[in-house]
Write a protein of this length. Sequence first.
Length: 334
Amino acid sequence: MNRFSYARASAVREALEQRRANGSAVFIAGGTNLVDLLREDVARPATLVDINRLPLKSIEATPGGGLKIGALVTNSALAYDETVAARYPLLAEAILAGASAQIRNVATVGGNLLQRTRCYYFYDAGTACNKREPGTGCPAMDGLNRIHAILGASDQCIAVHPSDLCVALAALDARVHVTGLKGTRALSFAEFHRLPGDTPHIDTNLAEGELITAVELPKEGYAAHHAYVKVRDRASYAFALVSAAVGLELDGDTVAGVRCALGGVAHKPWRDPGAEDSLRGKPLNAATAQDFAGRLLHGARGRSGNAFKIELAARVIVRAFDIAAQRSRGEAAS
Ligand code: SF4
């Protein structure tokens, strides 16, 4: 592990200035991913700026009827918040499908958005990796790629984003509030994460030195018509091979609106608004769900170890629609 210095901030501006004072400093909150990166010599910051004392731990109603979640709210606090459980159960389900109770107790919302891929090669400093060291190559292309992307990949990188929470936030159309020394701004969830393209070392559209301060949920939480389905190699404490977050608006058995995001398949939660629009006004049944899955997975490409994900993803989508439909009719979903 590289040697680093440690600083602690009590105010957002103080944290930003500490970050600016040292260009290779990084913020640390729960540290559940960053400590791994430090141990494996993947991250080599000169300074860690501890932001755990910043006043970003509240969950507040917004004037528009939504919810603003501070970036330092832990995953456990968010999943068990009464308002979230009642109005945004899709979010609570996705959180509780991820990690372990111990990790959820310290992992934060902001950190969850910034966690890095779990590609084996990325964590092995003895191998090439375009994400860790641009221009060195991508051994996953023809190597161990069971957990890798089937959508949105590039010839530089086929890594996936590992978060469960982010898949639900994408389906819910959350917004990400960030602040820097030049001011504050909000990004749609779709524009927050990036596809790898020819810059796979850049995961997000955060500008240099910016800090996530909150995530804002819109009013619609799809409480009655939702499902989060996650398929993984172990029953718990494992990242998704494929996951799907679905929110439905139904008029009887007809789809009035749909949101569907996939996890485990791309460098960011995967959505296709065109596919979602195509389902509006149609009856919700296995055939229309299967047709939607085909549209959402259009262009999917498998490799030696992960081609199974294409069929798996289609099945996960159909299953998620089925659960959401059962719930919408007040039936017990299992
Ligand atoms: Fe690195 Fe991406 Fe290739 Fe993995 S898939 S080895 S993270 S470049």
